[in-house]
Design a protein around this ligand. Structure first.
Ligand code: AMP
Length: 289
């Protein structure tokens, strides 16, 4: 695996791919890699001639400076994990390399950017859109892979592609979970084992909501879900919503077949902010997005 730190190194290393008919699958990450990230890489490897992952903790998407400073970082461990997974290239640029002195664009991507995470983390998706657009311009992949764990981010990036005519295909990948049901996340490294156990209740509540979706009204489903979460010591719920999976507009009643409903939540455990989601309209939990 080649480790590339600058735009020039990237350009030189990828020149032979650009000149050929080879395809390049790209997995952007913020590091502290786990099996969720590797599942994206595996898919990228299956679908392309070459694979590239990036590790860049993007400062512009953190609305909370403390969250940015405590975000787990360990490039040498990440490089080893990627090497073991037979990734071809690792792009690990500095802040300067990504942002230089260029003005940071402002993005208007509608409801999918403004609601939920957009409302609770002001500026977050501006930063996500800015970094993804830059990384895509630098890497110029054939396909780029995102996890549905960050479901709203996935919709924001699809919208970004549409608005800016970006060429790579955007591929969504299923959420990888611990045996306990806890969605894998770099932030889980910041939790104690007790914290992880507490946090695993979030996916349990989502599963319960999925099994109840067709039996009760959506307001009741939400009330039940919120009540269950508030009964668990150690979880502070930020939001729990049931929305149309395409528009993120709240769903009032389940109308089978007309749209897919998804439950999304954000919650704090031991001071760590966690997100999770589950489609409610697919009984087996398949995301199929
Ligand atoms: P991050 O490093 O957290 O920015 O994540 C990089 C990519 O990996 C994003 O597209 C995430 O959605 C994806 N990802 C993170 N955790 C998981 C997971 N548990 N399952 C699937 N994809 C994930």
């Amino acid at each position: 695996m080649q480790i590339l730190k600058t735009r020039v190194e990237l350009e030189n290393a990828l020149a032979f791919i650009r000149k050929s008919n080879h395809t390049l699958g790209f997995v952007p990450t913020m590091g502290a890699l786990h099996k969720g990230h590797i599942s994206l890489l595996t898919k990228a490897q299956k679908e392309n001639s070459y694979s590239i992952a990036s590790v860049f903790v993007n400062p512009t998407q953190f609305n909370d400076p403390q969250d940015y400073s405590k975000y787990p970082r360990n490039l040498s461990v990440d490089a080893r994990i990627l090497e073991d997974a037979k990734c071809d290239f690792l792009f690990a640029p500095s802040n300067n390399e990504v942002y230089r002195d260029d003005a940071i664009e402002s993005f208007e991507l509608g409801t999918v950017m403004q609601t939920l995470e957009g409302a609770f983390r002001p500026g977050h998706f501006q930063g996500v859109a800015a970094v993804v657009k830059r990384l895509l311009e630098m890497v110029q992949p054939t396909k780029v892979y995102f996890g549905l764990k960050d479901y709203q981010q996935f919709l924001v990036i699809k919208k970004l592609k549409e608005e800016y005519n970006l060429s790579p295909d955007i591929v969504g990948c299923e959420i990888i979970r611990e045996e306990s049901g806890l969605a894998m996340s770099s932030r889980n490294q910041l939790l104690s084992s007790e914290g992880k156990e507490i946090a695993s209740n979030l996916s349990r509540v989502l599963r319960e909501m999925r099994s109840r979706y067709r039996s009760v009204s959506t307001p009741q489903l939400l009330a039940e879900g919120k009540k269950r979460i508030s009964a668990i010591a150690g979880i502070r719920l930020e939001y729990l919503e049931v929305v149309d999976a395409k528009t993120l507009i709240p769903v009032s009643q389940p109308f089978a077949g007309e749209f897919d409903a998804i439950a999304l939540l954000a919650a704090h455990v031991e001071g760590v902010r966690l997100i999770d989601n589950m489609f409610l309209t697919f009984p087996q939990g398949s995301t199929n997005a």
